[in-house]
Ligand binder design. Structure first.
Ligand code: PMP
Ligand code: GLU
Length: 373
């Protein structure tokens, strides 16, 4: 059997392509499937990348990234996250996705196990499988918290626990207590934790904590620019972790992508060192949209936990989520079926609210037609 036989196509990307294709054919479809900010990248970031292009930053960069950006990332991780990181411990990657792949590929060998909490974003399971590991699924509580008995799923083969807070697709934020419980297990049993913090800045009424402050020797921290800085198409992210893991991740980087695009890295450095006002403005808009979306879904009679972060709502539905999403397409809205996010998630659908308020209101009206038919 080929190692890719058990890997599914990315449901999020496949659906985005399908929605775009339907739009190209002239169909009136509103896309709430893809998790990509609708905002443009702030102009000072674009200017920094343009300047880099104009001044010849068109050569290969050092494989782990340009020193200016690695230093800026380390400074951010110290200041925002309380992590004791130096620039030379950071690898800049073409998107957080590549960082996650490199971390899984570095840590997981044939037959090793990795724990994933369902619901979980679609690519973790694929990265584990591409590393020839086995995903051990643990269902989160409905409010997104960690179930008490999760430690029972740890075996001698467990190498990695992947966490993602704020969570895609549920928007749940892990409490300090839950993080400590995971940290204690990781420490006791000698397991690594991959903490995907890409939605860290998109958080509403609660606080983000980095598990790396609790178990620095066991944590691989991943983050990126796609969400907070509306830079999805720039393909830029980063990772830091303990020396042994860092060394392996760097080998993956050197032998696959060489280095992330050089002039893009100057834009990313400006994102971190420049004004953070645009981030706060985007978060304010996501917050207003979240309130409208959750109210709209609840008014349709759907149960929906209040997402505390990211830009997804995760309502419960009755019936098969794939069939529901297919039928919703007929009503002019594209959403992602819960089944894509792990076992036991087929009774949810994911609605990304990274769209304009007008589109959201129109989309909710279309969904209401469907759910009240
Ligand atoms: N982690 C999560 C939870 C995501 O939703 C995404 C989607 N973009 C990624 C990582 C990958 O982001 P990037 O664009 O930086 O590769
Ligand atoms: N992460 C986003 C999503 O979940 C973008 C697509 C992807 O990378 O999966 O929709």
């Amino acid at each position: 059997m080929s190692r890719l036989d058990q890997v599914e196509e990315s449901a999020t990307l496949r659906l985005a392509d399908l929605t775009n294709e339907l739009k190209r054919q002239g169909k009136d479809i509103l896309g709430f499937n893809l998790g990509e900010p609708d905002f443009n990248t702030p102009s000072h970031i674009i200017e920094a990348a343009e300047k880099a292009l104009d001044t010849g930053k068109t050569h290969y960069a050092p494989s782990p990234g340009i020193p200016e950006l690695r230093e800026a990332i380390a400074e951010k991780l110290r200041k925002d996250n309380g992590l004791d990181v130096k620039g030379k411990e950071v690898i800049v990657t073409p998107g957080a996705k590549q960082a996650i792949f490199a971390a899984c590929f570095s840590l997981i060998n044939k037959g090793d196990e990795a724990i994933l909490f369902a619901p979980s974003w679609v690519s973790y399971d694929a990265c584990i499988k591409m590393s020839e590991g086995k995903t051990v699924w643990v269902k989160s509580n409905e409010d997104g918290s960690v179930p008490a008995g999760f430690v029972d799923h740890v075996t001698k083969k467990t190498k990695l626990i992947i966490i993602n807070s704020p969570n895609n697709p549920s928007g749940a934020v892990l409490s300090k207590k839950d993080l400590q419980a995971i940290a204690d297990v990781a420490k006791d049993r000698g397991i690594y934790v991959l903490s995907d913090e890409i939605y860290e800045k998109i958080i509403y009424s609660t606080k983000h904590y980095s598990i790396g402050t609790m178990i620095p020797e066991r944590t691989i921290t991943v983050n990126g620019f796609s969400k907070a800085y509306a830079m999805a198409g720039w393909r830029i992210g980063y990772v830091t972790g303990p020396k042994a893991v860092y060394d392996n991740m760097l080998k993956v980087q050197q032998h696959t992508i060489s280095s992330p695009t050089t002039f893009v890295q100057y834009g990313a450095a400006a994102a971190l060192t420049g004004s953070q006002v645009p981030v706060a403005e985007m978060v304010k808009q996501f917050h207003a949209r979240r309130d409208v979306v959750v109210k709209g879904l609840r008014d349709m009679g759907l149960h929906c936990e209040m997402p505390e972060g990211a830009f997804y709502a995760w309502p419960k539905v009755e019936g098969d989520s794939e069939k529901i999403c297919e039928e919703l397409l007929g009503y002019g809205v594209s959403l992602t079926p819960g089944s894509a996010f792990g076992p036991g998630c087929n009774d949810h659908i994911r609605m990304s609210y990274a769209s304009s308020m007008d589109q959201i209101k129109e989309g909710l009206a279309r969904m209401k037609n469907y759910f009240s038919r």
